[in-house]
Design a protein around this ligand. Structure first.
Ligand code: B12
Length: 221
């Protein structure tokens, strides 16, 4: 039965048909599939598959990628409320687009993926100042600051990750908060994250959720 549900769910998200995807999971639960299986055997593998389709053979487009993450976010939130044992939150992240940068689509995909992996995320929006990143991270006891930058000058510039790093140093927060960056410039130069003094980078939302989980562990050790 699970194979049929996986197939129907994957078809629905490839068609960017949110209603059909939700109907598939609702029917699955009515037929006795556990909410845990819906999340771990249907929704998360579907996210992995979409990223694979995008990155390896381009057999998917941005709308499909975007909707997969948004649907995963919705379904996961709904299913977690029905879990027998509420899963522990993996970690807390504040994420935003660097100052001067208004691009938001990639960040929204990342947020959907993080939430689907039980990571608590606050979206700080676009054009976020370094001070706001750090103040919000401290206020929300976040272990990770996520900075999205889609343009070369906002990725490399003085108001993005470099400034956030400087503030963390000045405020003595470097052992409590890690920085992860992402966006097109980091995909073109996989060493750029070091240049801008971030702790890590990720090429997509699914990878980001795994890297964030590792960063949270580092901070908690
Ligand atoms: C859509 C788009 C826009 C839209 C943005 C709409 C929106 N709400 O986001 C609009 C039209 C508003 C726009 C405006 C501009 N844009 Co524009 N835009 C793009 C475009 C075509 C796609 C970007 C996108 O959404 N990609 C899809 C998403 C899914 O991919 P992604 O962002 O890379 O995100 C993935 C990963 O990078 C990663 N990721 C993303 N963020 C994060 C964060 C973290 C923490 C992690 C771990 C991972 C991660 O995960 C995501 C999911 O897989 C790109 C070209 C391109 N192909 O990249 C140009 C592009 C980024 N834009 C560009 C430019 C120049 C501009 C403008 C200056 C144009 C102008 N003259 O006005 C303005 C800038 C305004 C501003 N101050 O920001 C240039 C940048 C050039 C450069 N090298 O710096 C590009 C590269 C186009 C080009 N070839 O010239 N843009």
């Amino acid at each position: 039965m699970l194979d049929k549900i996986i197939k129907e769910y994957n078809e629905a998200i490839y068609d960017t048909d949110r209603d059909r995807a939700l109907m598939v999971v609702h029917q699955a639960v009515e037929q006795g599939v556990s909410p845990e299986d819906v999340v771990f055997k249907v929704v998360l593998p579907a996210l992995d598959l979409m990223v694979k389709a995008i990155s390896e053979n381009m057999d998917a487009n941005l709308a499909q990628h975007f909707m997969t993450a948004q649907i995963a976010d919705t379904v996961t939130a709904e299913m977690i409320a029905k879990f027998k044992k509420v899963p522990a939150v993996v970690g807390t992240v504040v994420i935003g687009t660097a100052q001067g940068d208004m691009h938001s689509l990639g960040k929204r995909i990342v947020i959907g993926c993080l939430k689907a992996r039980m990571i608590d995320v606050t979206d700080l929006g676009v054009n976020v100042t370094p001070e706001h990143f750090v103040d919000e991270a401290v206020g929300r006891k976040a272990q990770v600051i996520g900075i999205s930058a889609m343009m070369v000058h906002t990725a490399r510039g003085e108001n993005g990750s470099l400034a956030v790093r400087r503030l963390l140093q000045e405020r003595g927060l470097e052992d409590k908060i890690r920085i992860i960056v992402g966006g097109a410039p980091f995909r073109f130069d996989d060493g750029l994250y070091r240049t801008v003094q971030a702790d890590a980078w990720a090429s997509d939302g699914v990878t980001a959720s795994k890297v964030v989980a590792d960063l949270v562990k580092e901070v908690r050790q």
